[in-house]
Design a protein around this ligand. Structure first.
Ligand SMILES: [Zn+2]
Length: 411
C-alpha cells in the first residue's frame, strides 16, 4: 500500500509583525533587505520578543484541526549554518520534554478518510536566496533577509494518505480552513511550502523537500509514486533518501544532504521562557474563532434550505460566505445563494478580480428582490451583475441606464 505523509509550512501572512521582532510580517512589499532589524538579523546582544498574536493564531489553527493544545509550550534552537539564516540557528519547537509544541495530535476528515495530525509547531521562516546569472558558471547568489523571522506554522501529518487525490483534497480543505480563520492567504507566493514522504509497498521511505506550492505538492507526490513503481517493477531497490523537488523540470532529484535530527543539536531556547497558556486563554480563543466551514454549511442547509452542493461551495469560500451572510438572507436566501454560486463565480474567479470587484452584499439583496418580484428577468439580472461588479452602481441605476426592466405588455 502507498503511504504518504506531509509536512506543511504555512506563513501567518495576516499578522502585523514577525515572530520575534517588530518588522513587518508582510515582507513582500519591501525592497530587499529593508524589512530588517538587529533582532531578525541575529546581531550579538539582541533578544527575541515573542509575538503574542502568533501564539493565538497558531493555537486557533491547532484547534480547527482538532489538535490537543498543551498548557505549557517551549521553543528550541535548531542549529545549522546556511546563508539565509543570519543567527545560524532557527527558533522552532520540538516535543522532547513532553508535548510542548503549540498543537498536539489531531485529525481532519478528508472525504471519508481520517487523516491524523501528528503535531503543529510555531517557528520562524529563514531569509530568501535568489539565484541570478545566466550560466551555472557565472551564477551569483543574492540574500534577502526581509523574510527572516516571519511567523510560520508547521503542520505534520501521519502517513495516512494513499494517493495524490487525497493529498489534493486535504490541501483544498486546509487552504479553505486557513482562509476562513483569517490567518493566512494561501495564494501568496511562498506562503505555503511543503515536504512530503512517500513509500510504496515493499519500498523504503523517500522524503521530498522544498516543494514551493500546493499545486506542485500534488505533482511531486504523483511523480514520486510513478518513479518508485517503475523501479519496483524492474526489481531495483528503492533506497531510503532525501530528494529535492525541481520546480522547473517538475521532477524529484536525489539530494546529498542527509541531516538527521541529531545533526541539528537541538536545545532549549534560553532567551524565551516556557510559555504557560492557561485554560481560560484557550477557552477565550475558542470563543473568538470564526464559525467553522462545516457549521456554516449546516446552517445554510437547515436554516435556509439551500441544497447540499450549493451550501458546500458557499461555505468553503470565505469571500462568498461573507457576501452571503452580510446580505439580507431573511427574505431571499436561496436566490442570493443561487446568484453567488452560478452567476458571480465566473466574474470573480481570480484574486485580482475579487480585489477589483465593486460588488457589495446590498447589491445581492437588491438583485434577489428584483428577480423575485418579477422586476427583471434572470438573464437581465446576470447582465446587471456584470455591470455592478465592474462599476459598483446601484441596481436601480443600471436597470434604467441599460433598459433592463421586465416588460409585461403582450404587444
Ligand atoms: Zn526584525
Amino acid at each position: 500500500m502507498t503511504k504518504i505523509g506531509l509536512e506543511i509550512h504555512c506563513q501567518l501572512t495576516k499578522l502585523e509583525s514577525k515572530l520575534f521582532c517588530p518588522c513587518k510580517a508582510n515582507y513582500r512589499e519591501y525592497a530587499p533587505n529593508t524589512n530588517i532589524c538587529p533582532i531578525c538579523m541575529g546581531l550579538p546582544g539582541t533578544l527575541p520578543r515573542l509575538n503574542q498574536k502568533a501564539i493565538e493564531k497558531a493555537t486557533m489553527i491547532a484547534m480547527a484541526l482538532n489538535c490537543s493544545t498543551p498548557e505549557k509550550i517551549a521553543f528550541f534552537r535548531k542549529n545549522y549554518f546556511y546563508p539565509d539564516l543570519p543567527k545560524n540557528f532557527q527558533i522552532t519547537q520540538l516535543n522532547i520534554y513532553g508535548d510542548t509544541s503549540i498543537g498536539g495530535s489531531g485529525m481532519i476528515i478528508v472525504g471519508d478518510k481520517k487523516i491524523r495530525i501528528t503535531r503543529i509547531q510555531l517557528e520562524e521562516d529563514p531569509g530568501r536566496l535568489i539565484y541570478e546569472g545566466s550560466s551555472s558558471k557565472n551564477q551569483i547568489t543574492l540574500v534577502d533577509y526581509n523574510r527572516a523571522g516571519t511567523p510560520l506554522v508547521e503542520i505534520v501529518t501521519e502517513p495516512d494518505f494513499e494517493n495524490p487525490k487525497q493529498v489534493r483534497e486535504f490541501l483544498n480543505i486546509l487552504s479553505d480552513l486557513l482562509e476562513n480563520l483569517d490567518v493566512s492567504d494561501p495564494s501568496l507566493e511562498g506562503a505555503m511550502r511543503a515536504d512530503a514522504n512517500v513509500s510504496i509497498e515493499g519500498g523504503n521511505k523517500i522524503e521530498i523537500k522544498n516543494i514551493g506550492s500546493f499545486h506542485d505538492l500534488e505533482k511531486a507526490v504523483h511523480f514520486e509514486i510513478t518513479r518508485q513503481e517503475s523501479l519496483h517493477a524492474r526489481d531495483i531497490l528503492i533506497a531510503q533518501e532525501t530528494r529535492h523537488w525541481d520546480d522547473k523540470r517538475k521532477i524529484t532529484i536525489s539530494s546529498r544532504s542527509k541531516e538527521e535530527e541529531l545533526d541539528y543539536r537541538y536545545f532549549l531556547e534560553g532567551d524565551i521562557p516556557w510559555i504557560i497558556i492557561e485554560k481560560e486563554i484557550h477557552e477565550k480563543l475558542k470563543s473568538e474563532m470564526p464559525e467553522s466551514i462545516s457549521s456554516k454549511k449546516e446552517r445554510y442547509v437547515t436554516k435556509y434550505g439551500i441544497p447540499d452542493q450549493v451550501a458546500d461551495v458557499l461555505s468553503s469560500d470565505k469571500f462568498y460566505s461573507d457576501l452571503f451572510d452580510k446580505s439580507d438572507t431573511e427574505k431571499n436566501a436561496k436566490e442570493i445563494a443561487n446568484i453567488i454560486t452560478t452567476d458571480l463565480m465566473g466574474l470573480v474567479d481570480t484574486k485580482e478580480k475579487r480585489q477589483q470587484s465593486k460588488l457589495e452584499s446590498s447589491h445581492l439583496t437588491d438583485l434577489a428582490d428584483a428577480i423575485q418580484s418579477g422586476k427583471i428577468t434572470r438573464t437581465s439580472a446576470k447582465n446587471a451583475l456584470y455591470e455592478i461588479v465592474k462599476s459598483g452602481k446601484k441596481l436601480e441605476q443600471i436597470i434604467s441606464e441599460f433598459d433592463l426592466g421586465h416588460v409585461s405588455d403582450e404587444n
